[in-house]
Write a protein that binds this ligand. Structure first.
Ligand SMILES: NC(=O)c1ccc[n+]([C@@H]2O[C@H](COP(=O)([O-])OP(=O)(O)OC[C@H]3O[C@@H](n4cnc5c(N)ncnc54)[C@H](OP(=O)(O)O)[C@@H]3O)[C@@H](O)[C@H]2O)c1
Length: 282
């Protein structure tokens, strides 16, 4: 059995959907900040999907974010080590500064600019120290949870036009593809402990939004480009946070599909509920 704390989030949901061997635990069933080895009874591996993911809220709630993103994964990794089972921690592109002009390798220096990024980085450090795996990913969307794809779909049906930032680049990742990759990782258990796994290629939020409009059968010209400065947010976002897939491929793992074809596959799989009363698309 593969135990998945944070099992009711986007990624945890898709792990459970992919394998009957997964036991997805809700935060009420398993609080990672209090986990002990006794909670791991019957588990052959742990994929930790529990996280404090409210990036802006973390700026004023860093203590709680630290407990969930750093203390919890550290406890979990130590508990896994004590019973001799592998643990995989999911981490983020936000551990990097975002000042790069080429995809980040796992060997590149980190430099988080947000509280969320700092807490996730400390979680990485603790997990690696205890002998666990860390898989960084980015721009995750899936059927279960709030995410950019669902937000754009909702805005498409309520606004004639919308502005989306075109000066932040990254790689969208369908949680279903990442879940499949993590299950492969559990079966392979390569020597390398720090890996990157995202959808292939790169884009900007603006171009991602245009692609979502295409999938919805809406006119992508209704999405207009704007800059980060037009929409100030509490937590700074990395301007460029594409993660290189070289570490993943070198570990003998299958690259995740390209982000654009993954988006089409996600729509075909119903990542966005069809609009009621909408005219059928030709
Ligand atoms: N979403 C993204 O764009 C993105 C990008 C890069 C990396 N990641 C990383 O990918 C992983 C999965 O993200 P996701 O999008 O699936 O997140 P998510 O949908 O926000 O799910 C996170 C889950 O963690 C649970 N949780 C919170 N505190 C907990 C605690 N103390 N103990 C146990 N569970 C707790 C939450 O449960 P409650 O709702 O009950 O609190 C929620 O179900 C995370 O590590 C995240 O940092 C995500």
């Amino acid at each position: 059995m593969i135990l998945v704390p944070g099992g009711r989030g986007q990624l945890g949901h898709d792990l459970a959907a992919l394998s009957t061997d997964v036991r997805a635990a809700s935060s009420a069933e398993l609080d990672v900040t209090k986990v002990t080895a006794a909670d791991l009874a019957g588990a052959a591996a742990v994929i930790n999907c529990a996280a404090y993911t409210a990036v802006d809220a973390a700026e004023t709630d860093e203590e709680r974010a630290f407990a969930v993103n750093a203390v919890g994964p550290g406890r979990l990794a130590e508990a896994c080590a004590s019973v001799g089972i592998p643990m995989i921690q999911v981490s983020t592109d936000y551990v990097f500064s975002g000042d790069a002009d080429r995809p980040y390798e796992t060997t590149d220096p980190v430099g988080p600019k947000s509280a969320y990024g700092r807490t996730k980085l400390e979680g990485e450090r603790r997990v690696l120290e205890a002998g666990g795996y860390v898989v960084r990913t980015s721009w995750v969307y899936g059927v279960n949870g709030s995410n950019f794809v669902k937000t754009m779909a909702a805005l498409e049906s309520s606004r004639p036009t919308l502005s989306v930032v075109d000066d932040q680049a990254g790689a969208p990742t369908w949680s279903h593809d990442l879940a499949a990759g993590l299950l492969e990782l559990v079966s392979v258990l390569p020597e390398t402990r720090l890996l990157h796994a995202t959808g292939g290629g790169e884009t900007t939020w603006f171009r991602f939004a245009q692609a979502i409009f295409e999938e919805l059968g809406a006119d992508p010209a209704r999405v207009r480009p704007c800059t980060t400065a037009d929409f100030p947010r509490p937590a700074p976002r990395p301007a460029y946070s594409v993660l290189s897939g070289a570490s993943w491929a070198k570990a003998g793992l299958r690259p995740l599909p390209q982000w654009r074809s993954a988006l089409s596959a996600a729509f075909a799989a119903g990542v966005v509920a069809p609009r009621t009363g909408a005219a059928p698309l030709e």
